[in-house]
Design a protein around this ligand. Structure first.
Ligand code: CP3
Length: 343
């Protein structure tokens, strides 16, 4: 494989001291980039995901255009429910729709733990192509949704602020919920191992809806499954858990042995460090909406964030995905300020 020229991200995750803080942005390949929008006019969302040449082109866009220190595979967390047998649509300006969600024992008959080499080979093909095209410039992050966040979509059938139907499913049919979560977990482990085999250098688990659960329910319905995934992967590549809003569980997430933990802007870096302990690397936590501020404000606030993290064991990132209306030069200002910060 190609030797990596930029090892900032991997070194930081492995606890080594680096000359500066690495930087990338969640959802960095996407609608704020005019180059992405041009491809979006021509091809459907899953067509973009399933065509390795398109996925590779989109993955490389933010590396070329904004100069991030890592590429993240262009795909979606919902390709896993799709591979498990559910129909998933992406409705323009509305978000994901699963027309036949899982609610009952009978619905469970429609899903399975698939052979990932059969159903998700296009992701592995994309990764191989991306690695070739990156040619060692920066590492490639693979990813998957956390089982709880995937259950949210598989049961609710669409996006939601509260995911109340998913919660009702878990609280009233816990045995069925755990059966579903375990099926997702088994699929995800095979899927992420396939990504690593194809060339992913790091994997991140997105638990975007982890913060909807209490600490106890987060352990029951989310963390015990994330723990299995981290255990299966952590000897192969560094792992990052991003459980948005689940600050109460930073200590138990650090105890999984994950190399990195993502945090959002609602917790201060010093407090996150106190909860997470000194071993793990923290990733975050710029409020994505702040990228809409004037550039001098962005520069000032990014420096403030870097100081608060203390210049070690930190990956600069947003606290959630970049918004589609962010001007490209604002995204670049975020990245450049991190790169130029003196420590
Ligand atoms: O980070 C990257 O650049 C890689 C690509 C990536 C996408 N989705 C592409 C995408 C990643 C890592 C994801 C993860 C994802 N997808 C999550 C977890 C992270 C998070 O933001 O919380 C979730 C919850 C999803 C589900 C999903 N996919 C939603 C809710 C939506 C619609 C809302 C939105 O942001 O557009 C999508 C669609 C989606 N996934 C788009 C992209 C670029 C937009 C598609 C388009 O309109 O072109």
């Amino acid at each position: 494989m190609n030797e990596l020229k930029n090892t900032l991200l991997l070194d930081t995750l492995n606890g080594l001291t680096t000359e500066r803080t690495p930087v990338w942005m969640m959802r960095q390949a996407g609608r704020y980039l005019p180059e992405y929008m041009r491809l979006r006019e021509k091809y459907g969302f899953f067509e973009r995901c399933q065509t390795p040449e398109l996925a590779a082109e989109i993955t490389l866009q933010p590396v070329d255009i904004v100069g991030v220190d890592a590429a993240i595979l262009f795909s979606d967390i919902l390709v896993v429910p799709q591979a498990m047998g559910l129909e998933v649509q992406l409705i323009e300006s509305k978000g994901p729709l699963l027309p036949e969600p899982v609610k009952t024992i009978a619905d469970m008959q429609r899903i399975r733990v698939p052979d990932v080499d059969e159903t998700l080979h296009y992701v592995f093909d994309a990764i191989k192509l991306i690695k070739q095209q990156l040619n060692g410039r920066v590492p490639l992050i693979g990813f998957a949704g956390a089982p709880w966040t995937l259950l949210c979509y598989m049961v609710q059938g669409k996006g939601s602020k509260t995911f109340d139907e998913a919660k009702i499913f878990c609280y009233t049919q816990p045995a069925l919920a755990h059966q579903l979560l375990q099926m997702i977990t088994d699929t995800t482990i095979a899927y992420l191992k396939g990504q690593v085999k194809a060339g992913a250098d790091v994997v991140q688990i997105f638990d975007s809806w982890g913060g909807l659960l209490s600490k106890g329910d987060f352990e029951t319905f989310s963390l015990q499954y994330i723990r299995q995934i981290v255990a299966a992967l952590k000897e192969e590549v560094p792992t990052i858990i991003f459980a948005k809003g689940a600050w109460h569980s930073l200590e138990s997430m650090a105890a999984t042995g994950a190399h990195g933990l993502g945090i959002d802007w609602c917790i201060e870096p010093q407090m996150a460090r106190r909860f997470a302990g000194n071993k793990v690397t923290l990733q975050g936590n710029f409020d994505p909406a702040k990228l809409l501020s004037p550039i001098p404000t962005i520069q000032q606030e990014v420096k403030q964030m870097l100081k608060a993290f203390g210049g070690r064991q930190h990956i600069a990132n947003l606290g959630h995905g970049i918004l589609p209306n962010v001007p490209v030069d604002h995204a670049r200002a975020f990245v450049d300020t991190v790169k130029e910060f003196g420590g």
